[in-house]
Design a protein around this ligand. Structure first.
Ligand SMILES: N[C@@H]1[C@@H](O)[C@H](O)[C@@H](COP(=O)(O)O)O[C@@H]1O
Length: 260
């Protein structure tokens, strides 16, 4: 696990560099996209590179991490619509190449199995962007999630619904109670995980993610078991890390050719 502590705009550039490198090496790469505020600056940077220097997503495919259950197809907070506005409409990623779990399916369990099959058919995810919840969730894998879980139905914690109320008119009760989410096992199968976290509200979750014991209590700790993880954090999100100075020195010493 590599930990990089830098300002948010620099973190976004680093994540965008990793995506760009991948797309140049493999134009038909499979991207794993996260919603939420954490990847916003990355999407801004990717849109800028697309507009200014023609970074192309035309051959790429993408999979979303999660989706609320039951939000109407045209709801602005349906994650397929969120990613459409945040990224897809701003680059040349073909809309049909972007997949998400179907939170409107009549048979939700079948939709989860179909989603796993679609990821497998695409050859798996090359680079997965991730955020982290204040309670340590990744995607919507709330505390108590099996570290080996696959795409399934989950119930959101009160904490997560409160955190996400800002997208629903500040009304936590308007946030759906259930979701479909890639499991921790699904996410762990991606070849490179790039997690972004900013702000002091994420400091405890980041501390657990990087330095805590691996435990379903803090689901993001499963990333410690993955061979290629990059954790991009600002000073505030890094503020509880015991070994922050070591991470800074290690990154400062890194050869420039190495990439993330
Ligand atoms: N389901 C999403 C996650 O994929 C996201 O990473 C996390 C943090 O959100 P944010 O980046 O807005 O802080 O919680 C949300 O509820």
């Amino acid at each position: 696990m590599e930990v990089v502590i830098a300002a948010p705009d620099e973190l976004a550039r680093l994540a965008a560099d990793a995506v760009e490198r991948l797309l140049v090496a493999r134009p038909d790469a499979v991207l794993g996209l996260a919603t939420g505020s954490s990847p916003q600056l990355v999407y801004d940077e990717l849109a800028r590179r697309h507009a200014e220097r023609g970074l192309s997503f035309a051959g790429a495919r993408a999979f979303l991490l999660d989706e609320y259950v039951g939000l109407p197809a045209d709801h602005p907070q349906r994650y397929r619509n969120v990613i459409g506005a945040d990224l897809v409409s701003r680059v040349d990623l073909p809309p049909g190449a972007v997949h998400g779990p179907d939170g409107l399916a009549v048979d939700l369990e079948a939709a989860c199995a179909a989603y796993e099959a679609a990821i497998a058919r695409a050859g798996g995810v090359d680079l997965q962007l991730l955020g982290i919840g204040t309670d340590g969730h990744v995607a919507f894998n709330e505390p108590g999630s099996s570290l080996a879980s696959r795409t399934r139905i989950k119930t959101l914690t009160r904490q997560t619904r409160q955190d996400n109320a800002r997208f629903f008119g500040d009304d936590a009760d308007a946030v759906p109670r259930r979701c479909l989410t890639q499991g921790l096992g699904t996410i762990s199968a991606a070849r490179h995980l790039v997690l972004l976290a900013t702000g002091v509200g994420k400091a405890q979750a980041v501390r657990q993610l990087v330095e805590g014991p691996v435990s379903a209590r803090w689901p993001a700790t499963v990333l410690q078991l993955h061979p290629h993880v990059t954790v991009l954090v600002d000073e505030q999100a890094a503020s509880l890390l015991e070994l922050a100075d070591h991470y800074r020195e290690t990154y400062a010493d890194k050869p420039p050719w190495q990439g993330l």
